[in-house]
Design a protein around this ligand. Structure first.
Ligand code: T4K
Length: 378
């Protein structure tokens, strides 16, 4: 048996700036005595993100979930929002917490993203928007989804929590739809400890979002529309700025790890990587999901998860259960049987991927998976 790891290998491990860079930045913040409420580092961070995304409008927030909630609120959506059941709970929590009703439609098998035909079939007179998720950093079929939206007068919001740095035909992913939300959580290849951002083209949304993130307060202290505290601190902005200098190298390293998994696991029946990205799509390899087909692998996803755990490898069942099966959401309407999403929830296992996971460790994890599957098949 391949020797278990002495120390646990988690699905991810945060990338960090150096302590020297961090303390230089902290000295600046201490000197400014400006800690939150739109300080100078936050303004610098927004400007650098806007340049990177090639968009005039980026609003940074304290986390991705609040950003998504405020984005949905700012668009003044009503009634039903068609969304995917194969996502992290935050996507659907945000819809419910803004007073909207999620309606689930199924996903496509290649990249586990919303199926535009299923979305179109789910539309009712109450539908106001589509909330699509670029799950694991694979872009949804944006042109097809936006054609459905245009035909039916709907808004399109993308949960791009996983999709920092992704491009479609050279266009940064944040250009699509009415709004996109990015997460800068510590577990993402690019992060700001916690954090999130909205990208959009409508100039009038900027002041609305800033106000909503500051309790809804107007210049005269009055509140016309209830907001929340969605503000990012200066320390978060500092970490974000420092990580921006590293993110290209981190994504290169994740790409190298993903290609080892793809090459090694290709030989293993029933352990399938997702389809390669479509032509013109650049992905970020933020996650390394595989689909376990028990009939061919000789073991099911949960069995593989347990066997790896015994060897000190802590993979994750992202995203199980499907959101549509969660206690808080199972009463909601599903527009179709959600077969694809339920199958993905039962089969996907996210393998470890992070910049300082070295090649030998990736090979060792592949050796373990190979030995576990062979033993079951024998
Ligand atoms: N939409 C989608 C599609 C999302 O996936 C998410 C978040 C959101 C919206 C909301 O964005 P945020 O509001 O979070 O900005 C993690 C993250 O907390 C969450 O941000 C992320 N998606 C989700 C997919 O993954 P957990 O419950 O898996 O986190 P946790 O604490 O188990 O961490 C995973 C592993 O990372 C641990 O096993 C060990 C390692 N780790 C984690 C932390 C926090 C570390 O080594 N150090 C650390 O500091 O949710």
């Amino acid at each position: 048996m391949t020797k278990p790891f002495d120390t646990p290998i988690f699905v991810t491990r945060p990338n960090l700036p150096s302590l020297d860079e961090l303390s230089a930045g902290l000295a600046e913040i201490w000197n400014n005595r400006w800690l939150t409420n739109r300080g100078p580092l936050l303004e610098r961070f927004e400007a650098r993100l806007a340049a990177l995304f090639d968009l005039p409008h980026v609003s940074v927030m304290t986390n991705g979930t609040v950003a998504l909630e405020l984005g949905l609120q700012a668009l003044k959506l009503t009634g039903e929002v068609i969304t995917t059941p194969f996502t992290f709970a935050a996507s659907v929590n945000a819809v419910v917490r803004t007073g909207l009703t999620p309606v689930f439609a199924d996903i496509e098998p290649d990249h586990l993203t919303l199926d535009p035909a299923r979305v179109e079939a789910a539309i009712t007179p109450r539908t106001s928007a589509i909330l699509a998720v670029h799950v694991f950093g694979h872009p949804c079929r944006v042109a097809a989804l936006e054609a459905v939206a245009a035909r039916n007068g709907l808004s399109v919001v993308y949960d791009a929590a996983h999709a920092f740095g992704v491009t479609v035909d050279g266009v940064p992913i944040g250009h699509f739809g009415d709004l996109s939300m990015f997460s800068f959580h510590a577990t993402k290849p690019f992060h700001a400890l916690e954090g999130g951002a909205l990208t959009y083209r409508r100039a009038d949304l900027r002041a609305v979002l800033e106000r909503l993130a500051n309790h809804g307060l107007g210049a005269d202290g009055d509140v016309l529309e209830a907001g929340t505290n969605g503000k990012m601190t200066e320390v978060q902005a500092l970490v974000g700025l420092l990580m921006l200098d590293r993110v290209a190298a981190i994504m290169e390293r994740n790409k190298a790890i993903a290609s080892i998994y793809r090459a090694r696991l290709a030989a293993l029946p029933g352990i399938d990587c997702l389809a390669p990205p479509a032509a013109g799509v650049k992905v970020n390899h933020a996650y390394a999901p595989v689909l376990v087909n028990p009939a061919l692998a000789g073991i099911d996803r949960d069995g593989l998860y347990d066997a790896l755990r015994q060897r000190n490898v802590f993979t994750r069942k992202y995203f199980y259960p499907a959101v549509s099966a969660m206690t808080a959401f199972r009463h909601l309407r599903a527009a179709d049987p959600l077969e694809g999403a339920n199958q993905a929830a039962a089969r996907v296992l996210a393998l470890p991927i992070y910049a300082d996971l070295d090649d030998d460790d990736v090979h060792r994890i592949c050796d373990m998976i190979t030995a576990i599957c062979r033993r079951q098949a024998a």
